[in-house]
Design a protein around this ligand. Structure first.
Ligand code: DAH
Length: 329
């Protein structure tokens, strides 16, 4: 017993302490075994022996708990000492920024429309012909369907060429009123200074029974949106054509670089084309089984907005993951 107490007094860490506890009180421990010797004793002798080993056990345990507390305190002190952080040291160089220009621009667009109560919707990147083309009034002979423009899979499925199919999916899944935007990647077979095979668009769609879906509502919304993104610019609506809207328009802003005077970026026109929009064509409502509703829609390329707001002139630099470029934002 005395050796146990001696050992206990000289333990240096929690592991040694545990070893001694097992040596004394484990299944085959010295004190445990003493208790089993009780079986062979009788009467007064048994009572006395029991008292003796209980005293020993108590003595061992109180010393054990004392030692345990001491060691835990010591170990905590050591950890605090060794793991302390010197806050006065210089930080290593960090790459904090606003994020990738595409994500930053996308978030600003989402933010604007969500404040107006638009719902954020998503759709699949691999689409079928119905959602990407025919429900949007892009018939079989339409040039956009050409192998030159679209990535097809062998089974007739394709990589969506715009975010407009999400209009169709949302209308199929919900009932009016609808007010949604859908940001996301889109794909076309194109690669040069202003085109990459993968790029991003944001689609917007508003449908209801007619009270808030006039061309005037569309015009006001987009005008306000473009001033939110670009600041004090002029906005003009130019009559145009899209198969899924009638009437349709393309929307330009006064050139952010030359303020409308004419420069290389705006090809001396003073205007920059930003997005497409229009009143939803009746044919599209028919394709999803909607009756007696009206709506407007718009679509824009995120890269174009990012290039103009971040002053980038080669689209490809967005996708080359070159830190020297990305760090500038
Ligand atoms: N889907 C068109 C494109 O990829 C963009 C667009 C134009 C979407 C007009 C619309 C719209 O919803 O009304 O070029």
């Amino acid at each position: 017993m005395n050796t146990l107490i001696q050992k206990l007094q000289s333990v240096k860490n929690s592991q040694e302490l545990e070893e001694i506890r097992l040596e004394a009180l484990g299944k085959k421990g010295i004190i445990t075994q003493k208790f089993s010797e009780l079986k062979s004793l009788q009467g007064e002798e048994k009572r006395q022996f029991a008292q003796e080993i209980n005293t020993i056990k108590q003595e061992f345990e109180s010393l054990y708990y004392l030692k345990k507390t001491q060691l835990q305190t010591q170990e905590l002190q050591d950890a605090l000492q060794n793991e302390k952080i010197d806050v006065s040291l210089f930080a290593s160089r960090s790459h904090r920024s606003l994020g990738h220009p595409i994500n930053y621009t996308k978030d600003r667009i989402i933010d604007y429309f969500m404040h107006l109560g638009y719902e954020l919707c998503m759709g699949p990147l691999i689409e079928d012909d119905f959602h990407n083309f025919s429900a949007l009034n892009l018939p079989e002979y339409h040039p956009a369907r050409d192998m030159q423009d679209t990535f097809y899979f062998n089974d007739g499925m394709l990589l969506r060429t715009h975010t407009s199919p999400v209009q169709i999916r949302t209308m199929q899944a919900q009932t009016p009123p609808i007010k949604m935007i859908c940001p996301g990647p889109t794909f076309r077979r194109d690669y040069d200074l202003t085109h990459t095979p993968m790029f991003h668009q944001v689609e917007g769609l508003v449908v209801d029974n007619g009270s808030q879906t006039s061309f005037a509502n569309l015009k006001y919304t987009l005008q306000d949106f473009l001033r939110h993104i670009f600041g004090d610019v002029k906005v003009r609506f130019r009559s145009s054509f899209f198969p899924f809207t009638e009437p349709s328009a393309e929307v330009d802003i006064s050139c952010v670089f030359c303020k409308g005077a004419g420069c290389r970026v705006c090809s001396n026109t003073g205007w920059l084309e930003i997005l497409g929009c229009g009143v939803v064509d009746e044919y599209v409502f028919e394709a999803v089984g909607y009756h007696n509703v009206s709506g407007y829609a718009f679509g824009m390329g995120i890269e174009r907005l990012a290039m103009l707001t971040c002053g980038v002139n080669d689209l490809r630099s967005f996708f080359e993951t070159d830190l020297r470029v990305l760090e500038q934002f």
